[in-house]
Design a protein around this ligand. Structure first.
Ligand code: NOJ
Length: 559
């Protein structure tokens, strides 16, 4: 496979792994039932022991919490529920002191409707900040103006994406909730203000080093059609399904002009060494990889060849069936689509998706862990997945997520994957808080928690620890090439290879992952086992036929 481009020098985020923290649910330090920055600080040693390299923290900016922090009312501060800027300074100092990196979640597409920018924009049609958001007149026609949205664009959270403002007689656009108005990224003042906020965080902290990167929320939605054309109807939509999909997002997503903005963000960050720009982007592979910003002619003009996101998040493992054929095909296609020099990445879970253990089943969580941590490219893991946390059960009176409230019973709610981290079994709140947790604690906390799994040498937590240790130790895993990606009888297999005669012997690793619920036989070249998912048999020599239990995976160092 043509993928052995290994840019030098290597950057930390290429060799490293990323751990996502959903701060409301990680660790509460003050008994209010909501996690906070001081709580994260108190758990850093757990992350060091786990063996990850960077933390990405979902938003903790001041926010009315209509969408739990993804509605920002001040881009340069900390919401009191999470702490203070001084807490942030302590956290980043402690993160860096441990050799870890810190990635912030940045929300450029929309602010809160309580942000001073939007309050000013909304105050009058003549406001100097009117054009910071997307305002349109009602569509022509009869009936009251509020019943005539400018076009058929739909909100991700249900209903029209236009909300009427009585006072100024116009509609404003919101990709998500009415409390999350979209900023107008065509306006240079908006861009300058956002870039200043990014610089604020990149310089913040005791030694002025600041954050090591950003995960940019909904990066592919930043620009909307300048002619505000209607989206085409979606022929596959059936009444009763989520209203957002009644039209195709042709004019509201992945607009060509977005790439120019991402290039600007890239340039802002390039002024600071070793910062990573990650984009949250849900698109088919070919459109996704365009966000690396590859320009074949750039080198001759002195520009970087890649002037985009360092890692457009690759969510395709979440969206692909848990099937060896399909995953093998996905890996091959992704590797083929990557532009020259682009560094791959893989994600298996986050705060918007059904928990990994619930999606693939407890019988497959170990192969999932081994897959994520042996593929070529930076892995991102979601807090709690290292324990095989399952979706929580949310009684109707405890529902928090607006996605569920607006579309009840359609399975769109994200509370189940946001339940508190399970630290121990000593109290009814699993060590997360001394108060009443904001979401219920999972029923299975007595078995699935950090303390219990730390004491059980063959637990899923230990598997993650060992995989992360191996990944660090073997260049074949953290920087090598990938080839021989195959599927046979439901077993996914591939090889990882690295050579650097100056530093180490060539390494070739064979990975086998039995994604079925049956025993399978594979054939292997001579070598010895480095790790099995059941954490048994390490070091044993292998050659010829090998039996793999249901849901078993192996990493073999070939001779
Ligand atoms: C993507 C975030 O991951 C999600 O949680 C949020 O609701 C939307 N963006 C809106 O910001």
């Amino acid at each position: 496979m043509e993928n052995s481009v290994t840019p030098t020098p290597r950057l930390w985020w290429q060799d490293g792994s990323i751990y996502q923290i959903y701060p409301r649910s990680f660790q509460d330090s003050n008994g209010d039932g909501i996690g906070d920055l001081a709580g994260i600080l108190s758990r850093l040693d757990y992350l060091v022991e786990l063996g990850v390299d960077a933390l990405w923290i979902s938003p903790f900016y001041p926010s009315p919490m209509a969408d739990f922090g993804y509605d920002v009312s001040d881009y340069c501060n900390v919401d009191p529920v999470f702490g203070t800027l001084a807490d942030f300074d302590r956290l980043i100092a402690a993160v860096h002191a441990r050799g870890l990196k810190l990635i912030l979640d940045f929300v450029p597409n929309h602010s809160s409707d309580q942000h001073p920018w939007f309050l000013a924009s909304r105050s009058a049609r003549t406001s100097p900040q009117r054009d910071w958001y997307l305002w349109r007149d009602p569509a022509p026609g009869d009936g009251p103006p509020e019943s005539r949205p400018p076009n058929n664009w739909m909100s991700n959270f249900g209903g029209s994406s236009w909300t009427y403002d009585q006072r100024t007689g116009q509609f404003y656009y919101h990709s998500f909730l009415p409390q999350q108005p979209d900023l107008n990224w065509r306006n240079p003042e908006v861009r300058a203000a956002m870039y200043d906020a990014m610089r604020f965080w990149m310089e913040r902290g005791p030694n002025g080093h600041g954050v090591d990167g950003f995960r940019m929320d909904v990066l592919w939605l930043l620009i909307k059609d300048d002619q505000f054309r209607d989206n085409p109807p979606n022929p596959e939509w059936t009444p009763g399904a989520a209203s957002f999909w009644s039209v195709l997002p042709t004019y509201t997503a992945d607009r060509p002009e977005t790439h120019g903005i991402v290039a600007e963000m890239h340039d802002v960050m390039s002024a600071y060494p070793q910062r990573v720009l990650i984009g949250e982007i849900y698109l088919p592979l070919r459109d996704l990889v365009a966000y690396y910003g590859f320009d074949p002619n750039a080198a001759s003009s002195g520009q970087p060849i890649l002037r985009g996101a360092d890692m457009p998040f690759n969510f395709h493992l979440i969206q692909t069936d848990w099937n060896a054929e399909h995953i093998a095909q996905l890996i091959r296609e992704y590797e083929k689509e990557l532009p020259p020099g682009a560094w791959p990445n893989w994600v298996l879970g986050n705060h918007d998706q059904t928990r990994l253990a619930t999606r693939v089943g407890l019988g497959q969580v170990r192969t999932a862990a081994m897959l994520l941590l042996t593929l070529r490219g930076t892995p991102t893991l979601y807090n709690g997945d290292e324990l095989a946390m399952t979706n929580g059960r949310i009684p109707p009176n405890r529902i928090q997520d607006p996605a569920e409230r607006n579309h009840p019973g359609m399975g769109l709610g994200r509370d189940p994957e946001r339940t508190p981290m399970l630290w121990n079994a000593t109290s009814s709140s699993a060590g997360f808080t001394t108060g009443e947790p904001w979401l219920p604690i999972n029923d299975n906390f007595a078995e699935i928690n950090v303390e219990a799994q730390s004491a059980a040498p063959r637990s899923v937590l230990w598997l993650y620890r060992k995989l992360l240790t191996l990944r660090r130790k073997y260049p074949a895993l953290h920087r090598g090439s990938i080839d021989q990606v195959n599927a046979h009888n439901g077993v996914l297999s591939f090889q990882r290879y690295a050579e650097d005669p100056q530093s180490y012997q060539p390494q070739r690793l064979q990975i086998f992952l039995n994604l079925t619920d049956d025993l399978q036989t594979v054939t292997c070249e001579a070598g010895h086992i480095l790790l099995t998912t059941i954490l048994d048999g390490d070091g044993a020599p292998v050659e010829g036929n090998l039996l793999l239990e249901a849901g078993e995976g192996m990493i073999i160092l070939l001779s």
